[in-house]
Write a protein that binds this ligand. Structure first.
Ligand code: ARG
Length: 472
């Protein structure tokens, strides 16, 4: 390229930057993602410059026309950043100068890359958070649909990965929906704090030009302009908070992923993955691997890393803008892109998996999972729980020694272990009874799970409406 590169700060410098500095400094290879948002900000800024009398009617028209044209060119790929463009703001100013000549240089009045980049990143995130919520809604929906299909299927409920008490498999599936619902709630709450517009703060002190930060904020869908120009250009709380929400989603997906890995194993055989969401082995022809679930589990690492990375970058920075802040973006972009990649795969895996209901039902009572029910029956009959626990514990050991299950015991055998174990205790030794009895709020009884399902359906509809809402 024969022409000198566009630089936004060349005035007081004699020579150009060293190769090493230029390579260290350049961010356009990743911040180009902000181009559509930077252009939105530029349009709003052009309008306030016009209202402030700093652009004539004709200049505004030409400016907006050039911005539209530039946006088109960016979209089609006809306008691309070059290696000589330091960042997205530089590249877009070049594009504007190419279209408008010196008029293009008027847009920089009253704003700085410091307030611009802070605004762009908020716009980018508010937009992408809605996309992430939409993908979370799809995962919630897939889990709820499976819960509905398998509403009354009993399953072994576990603590410490050991059979504990029978539960409805639907209850367990819905237990994965609630954390996702909290994640969405967190992102919606995040959005309220993210809805503050830094544009107008300039480099740090605000502007001497009669700009209108309130109007700019409104045009860009923010609730209000920032109250303090120094805070406006320094604040990356919104990025760190987003990364926490993303890391939390990652942790939730990793738990769901881990459960699916277990469920699909030969040892569990709870589910069969659809071929479209499983992978094979290059050497073992029989293999069907849960790679989607494993990748979901594995991606949590990088999501957590991005949060820790940004907090570490922010720690101890003085006010206001420092170039360290350029490090805020790659982790944020990667977190967004990671979630948008993983969530649809997990939704597809869940939506298409086949549940082995027979296996779940058969194994639900295994491992003496009805022991608590038996102890609680004795309690209802006046036996102190301590003693009931002991009696049932002895019964378990007796069964293990004689290689029997609760259901195989004769009246005599029961009586031999304890006089409390009369033949009628068998009434609680069935899975359906155990499930039905857990009808306190939040329990696994069929009625409670049906209520829970209905409530979650309503909540998910609300989530979907927010994600597609026009309030932003
Ligand atoms: N590329 C920069 C960033 O990402 C934009 C702001 C640059 N500001 C500055 N004063 N050098 O943070």
């Amino acid at each position: 390229m024969s022409k000198a590169p566009t630089r936004l700060w060349g005035g007081r410098f004699e020579g150009g930057p060293s190769e090493a500095l230029a390579r260290l400094s350049v961010s356009v290879q990743f911040d180009w993602r902000l181009a559509p948002y930077d252009l939105m900000g530029s349009r709003a800024h052009a309008r306030v410059l016009h209202r402030a009398g700093l652009l004539t009617d004709e200049e505004l028209t030409r400016m907006l026309g050039a911005l539209d044209d530039l946006e088109q060119a960016c979209r089609s790929g006809e306008f691309r950043p070059t290696v000589a463009d330091e960042d997205v703001h530089t590249a877009l100013e070049r594009g504007l100068l190419e279209r408008l000549g010196s008029l293009g240089g008027k847009l920089r009045a009253g704003r700085s890359r410091n307030d611009q980049v802070a605004t762009d990143l908020r716009l980018y995130l508010r937009d992408h958070v809605r996309q992430i919520v939409s993908r979370l809604v799809e995962l919630e929906t897939a889990l709820i649909a499976q819960a509905e299909h398998n509403l009354d299927v009993a399953a072994p409920g576990m603590t410490h990965l050991q059979h504990a008490q029978p539960v409805l498999f639907s209850h367990q599936l819905l237990a994965h929906v609630h954390p996702l619902a909290r994640d969405i709630d967190r992102l919606r709450d995040w959005d309220k704090r993210a809805a503050i517009c830094p544009l107008g703060a300039g480099a740090l002190a605000g502007s001497s030009l009669p700009l209108d930060p309130k109007a700019v904020a409104e045009e860009l869908g923010f609730d209000a302009p920032a109250a303090n120009s120094m805070d406006a250009v320094s604040d990356r709380d919104f990025a760190a908070e987003f990364l926490f929400a993303a890391a939390m989603i990652g942790v939730h997906l990793s738990r769901l992923g881990e459960e699916i890995v277990l469920w699909a194993s030969q040892e569990f055989r709870w589910i069969e993955m659809d071929d479209a969401y499983a992978t094979g082995s290059s050497i073992m022809p029989q293999k069907k691997n849960p790679d989607v679930a494993e990748l979901a589990r594995g991606k949590a690492g990088r999501l957590i890393g991005h949060l820790v990375g940004l907090l570490t970058t922010l720690k101890g920075l003085p006010l206001t803008y420092n170039r360290d802040l350029q490090e805020d973006k790659e982790g944020v972009f990667d977190a967004v892109e990671t979630l948008l990649l993983v969530l649809p795969a997990m939704s597809g895996l869940i939506a298409t998996m086949r549940v082995n209901t027979e296996r779940l039902e058969d194994t639900a009572p295994e491992g003496f999972a009805l022991a608590t029910d038996l102890a609680e029956l004795l309690v209802r009959r006046g036996v102190p729980f301590r003693e009931a626990h002991e009696v049932v514990g002895h019964l378990v050991v007796w069964c293990q020694v004689h290689d029997k299950d609760f259901g195989d015991l004769t009246d005599e055998e029961l009586a031999k272990v304890s006089p409390h174990l009369t033949p009628d205790v068998r009434e609680v030794l069935n899975v359906q009874g155990a499930l039905a009895s857990r009808k306190a709020h939040g329990g696994t009884s069929p009625e409670r799970v049906r209520e829970q399902l209905a409530e979650l359906r309503a909540l998910v509809n609300e989530h979907a409406a927010w994600a597609s809402g026009s309030d932003f």
